[in-house]
Design a protein around this ligand. Structure first.
Ligand code: NAI
Ligand SMILES: N[C@@H](CC=O)C(=O)O
Length: 346
């Protein structure tokens, strides 16, 4: 039976969710998945850091108050975030990187991933910045160092779209996709339909753990733009950068627009899409669209997401599931760890 030593980088909603899954399910995983996880270090800019090669109590970590420097309250903990030490020297086999997504340059998360990969440590991450902005480089670093760089949760959180499309649909000739790829904006549009104001709906999405540290990224489409770049580069072999993707969001949609849409049997949705042109190039964009209620994406509501892959062999293949949420996204990290286990333990 394998025991993986894992270090958690960033200890907000998602990595706390992973710690909770470990606290509740590690024993079961031994029997069902053939491995267990031992948390050997945690580091967070706000909370500080802690390292214990013999393993930390996941339940105690989950119960840690969200106060500045809180790790100093635990034996061996400190109020300072010793990111580099935890990543390189905690004895971890893998890191779970879940710091904030920086849509401009992907830092400092990209550096965290590079430190780990160059040290021969696997990386699982839900952070969209490093993949959308530096994915090719990081994959190359991983390959050269014989370790994995996995990021299933970067698109549609726990709903397995990247692996499904790149593995199960390999050979189906994916020509493009369109989807609702942001939980927060979809939640906001849904709640506005129920009569909530835009600001109140955003505040609720923050409380529920769906929103980015700066929710502007959710409502202005920047988060979807990163996801479109990730999917297009992964599945359409494109080499898109964020500047190739025209992008607008939902912040200009008023309660009146929502009411008019409802009255006319339609719904506003923030759609990210990409398709291959006849000349082989890939075009992508992000925009709010008014979908008639008969459209397959129109009924996808709340923090649910859905993406429709347009394939040459099967026609449209649509996947729907959670697009955000702490435990939902922590599950994606688990699925990455399972993929690593299946690849490296044989
Ligand atoms: N919450 C969700 O539903 C989903 C989140 N994601 C992505 O997962 C990542 C984590 O998300 P959440 O846990 O919800 O965010 P969060 O905002 O709750 O937690 C992020 C944590 O990272 C820490 N942090 C920020 N900069 C740091 C640094 N330089 N060094 C160490 N720690 C640092 C913060 O103090 C915070 O505790 C983000 O990149 C997000 O975009 C992806 C899919 C879904
Ligand atoms: N803020 C994002 C989280 C997942 O990527 C969203 O709401 O979809």
């Amino acid at each position: 039976m394998t025991e993986y030593k894992i270090a958690l980088v960033g200890f907000g909603g998602v990595n706390r969710g992973l710690a909770q899954l470990i606290a509740e399910r590690n024993a079961e995983w031994k029997a069902t998945l053939g491995f267990s996880l031992k948390i050997v270090g945690v580091t967070d800019l706000f909370l500080g850091s802690i390292v214990a090669r013999e393993g930390l109590d996941a339940r105690q970590l989950v119960a840690l108050p969200g106060e500045q420097g809180a790790f100093a309250q635990l034996p061996g903990g400190t109020a300072e975030a010793f990111n580099e030490t935890i990543i390189k020297h905690s004895g971890a086999d893998m890191i779970s990187e879940a710091t904030f997504t920086n849509p401009v340059d992907g830092e400092p998360a990209t550096t965290f991933c590079r430190w780990a990969l160059e040290s021969g440590i696997h990386v699982v991450t839900t952070n969209k910045g490093p993949i959308a902005l530096h994915g090719a480089e990081l994959k190359d670093v991983a390959r050269r160092n014989g370790v994995a760089f996995e990021y299933e949760g970067s698109v549609m959180s726990g709903t397995p779209v990247i692996r499904l499309a790149s593995q199960a649909l390999a050979g189906a000739d994916i020509q493009g996709f369109e989807g609702i790829l942001n939980g927060t904006s979809n939640y906001v549009l849904t709640r506005m339909k129920d009569g909530l104001t835009f600001n109140d709906a955003v505040a609720q999405a923050q409380q529920l753990g769906y929103a980015e540290a700066d929710p502007t990224a959710d409502v202005e489409g920047y988060d979807v733009r990163l996801k479109v770049v990730i999917l297009a580069n992964e599945l359409l072999n494109a080499r898109l950068t964020v500047s190739d993707v025209a992008c607008s969001g939902i912040s200009s949609i008023s309660p009146k627009d929502i009411a008019q849409a409802t009255a006319s049997g339609a719904s506003w949705k923030l759609i990210g899409s990409a398709h291959r042109e006849a000349d082989g190039s890939v075009r992508a964009n992000v925009e709010a669209r008014l979908l008639p209620n008969e459209h397959p994406l129109a009924s996808v509501s709340g923090a649910l997401n859905a993406v429709s892959f347009n394939t040459g062999l099967l026609g449209a293949v649509t996947v729907c599931g959670p697009g955000a949420g702490r435990i939902e996204t922590a599950f994606a990290l688990l699925s990455d760890i399972i993929a690593i286990h299946n690849r490296y333990s044989k």
